[in-house]
Write a protein that binds this ligand. Sequence first.
Ligand code: NDP
Length: 329
Amino acid sequence: MSERFEAVLITRDEEKRQCVAIVELGEDDLMPGDVTVAVEATTVNYKDGLAITGKSPVVRRFPMIPGVDFAGTVIRSSHRDWREGDKVILNGWGVGEVHYGAYAGGARVSGDWLVPLPQGMTAREAMAIGTAGYTAMLCVMALERQGISPDRGAVVVTGAAGGVGSIAVSLLARLGYVVVASTGRTSEEAYLKDLGAHEIIPRDELSGPARPLGKERWAGGIDAVGSHTLANVLSMTCYGGAVAACGMAQGMDLPATVAPFILRGVSLIGVDSVMAPKSLRLEAWSRLAGELDRRKLAVLSSTIGFRDVIKAAEDIVAGRVRGRLVVEM
Ligand code: NDP
């Protein structure tokens, strides 16, 4: 990490108008923390898109360096777990929201927030997975805890061509599930089939108002979309099934009835990656290292440069990004 480095900085004026610029900073400008990391790769998640465009109040302290996740090398540490040269990953914990985040040459954070980069995984691969992929794995783990094994029936993934969706499809297929992929981009059928989807359904089958109960179509679901889509997914879940909800690309609302819960014993499981305990993070990253097909990871990710982050933020919020974007520093 050089003494001076570039950073994306979000500021606000007196009228609360947001401004985003690339500025030059030094290590002394970083916020307090007991570990300093040279950021080697980061990524653009939907949440980063919301932060940079200001479409949702993700950033809660100004000025702010956005970017909710990174992979890099420890260059200074007074934390018991980390030493200079250690390869680490950070996801969430308010980084890029209330604590200076990933879009900078360096980051100073609490050592408690870091997990080790799994053996055999590069910083680039870790960020091709990123918070979206780590969340997809948390969703898979949540379904497994509810007993949704491949023999129980299909699993639907909504927002399938997005980041969480693409990794969820790949993981589920690798684990032997029959995957139904819901997408607004039916032109991505070949892409989703290559990741392992068995069936592609158009997004609009699920995006209108839901009936209390629909035809039973899947044993489980991973939903990155929320709103009517999640309500439809629940109403079409088989008796005793479960749905892991992690996103809100369609909306924060949930216009559903209790019918799937009280008449079919369906479970709705909330998944949060930001404050997830360390034990879950370690399990998720260890499983991602062992169970995610690296060829598929290469297919679903593309690389952009640091200066492309602001444009990529607009693209992801507009639904124009397929799979995952890696930012190489
Ligand atoms: P992406 O933008 O990569 O994926 C979202 C996908 O949702 C899009 O690609 C699109 O898929 C679909 N979509 C977009 N707009 C709509 C709409 N209006 N109606 C229906 N579907 C829509 O984002 P990420 O994968 O990074 O994140 C997905 C969601 O998960 C976000 O809401 C994000 O905030 C949330 N998230 C939550 C986390 C947590 O801890 N709970 C962690 C990470 C993400 P397609 O083109 O296939 O239809």
